[in-house]
Design a protein around this ligand. Sequence first.
Ligand code: MG
Length: 389
Amino acid sequence: MKVAGIVLAAGRGTRIGADKNKMLLNLANKTPLELTLQSCREATCLDEVVLVCKDSEREQMREIADAIFPEGEVILASGGATRQDSAYSGILAASPDCDILAVLDGARCFTTPELIENCVRSCIEHGSGVAGCWCTDTVKLADAEGCFLRTLDRNRLVLVETPQVFPREILKLAYEKAREDGFLGTDDSSLVERLGLHPRLVVSGGNNFKLTHPKDIVRGTQEVLGVRDLRIGQGYDIHALKEGRPFLLAGVRIESSLGLDGHSDADVLAHAVIDALLGAAGQRDIGEFFPDTDPAYRGADSMKLLEQVWAMLQAEGYALVNLDTTIFLEKPKLSPYKRKIIHSLAKALGAEQRSISVKAKTAEQFDAVGEGLACAASATCLMTKQKQS
Ligand code: MG
């Protein structure tokens, strides 16, 4: 049994709002074309791959295909004006000894190798395999003005996707009959149905979406990055000002006759940042990690503690999106130190400086900060949790 995958990649980027073929968009440094071809590569059931593309993009696509299939076994075919023309061109380009053809929309770039295999297996066992999912929304038939004519039974409605897999002879016949009849369908199974056959659903599992609208670029990028969820965290700390103590903010020494009092180096900003990070991760707070009753932390370098906490969170799959901080201090003015503080935090977190913000405020002579007795800091961070590899 020889199986060919036919990847349709000759579309335009009109609906998605791109100025180029959406197969060549950048999703976190991956093109949809690479993702689709990679799935074809990993699907153990495909013996050959036909890539249907526009003649003007042939060279560029050949290069991408060769990088994924270094043995150069991808066959290129010329795309036509419609999806149907392109698919037919791919059908004709597949090796004549192929028994089964699997048509894939290239823009459905999160099709998994397993789904390709399931559709091919369904074709071997039942004569066809079409990816899709049962409809969960209520669907109405409406007139051109949007007035409902009737409600369809959603228990009988399927949203079809690709791969759509058929025996080569049947698919070829279906395409030729459609051509003869002047019938234009939006998928392969609608042409096969016209032969009086009943293609069979293979449930896809929900993430087999097609890049269609601009918002799909964001969703696709998140998929590539493996972003699972966004986590927000906040931290706050305050330390008394006292003579004879060091005054450190994120490890940056502030010139002052007073310093911050505490068990560790009392770096109030580092402490607020640590609590924000731990909070976003749903962890215990800084006091539980580094108790001020533990002699090990007497005079501790708080930036080292920050690095330690961040290494632990990174190991759990967290990445920083941005960090926003505010320091509350009556004097001295912190503006000369802000760049240094940002630099120090960026270094400790392995982050870009533009993702970190440091603001300073006085308390207008109110409360302990305003009376010059204390310095406080607050921090808010946004983190993403990545897929664990
Ligand atoms: Mg503290």
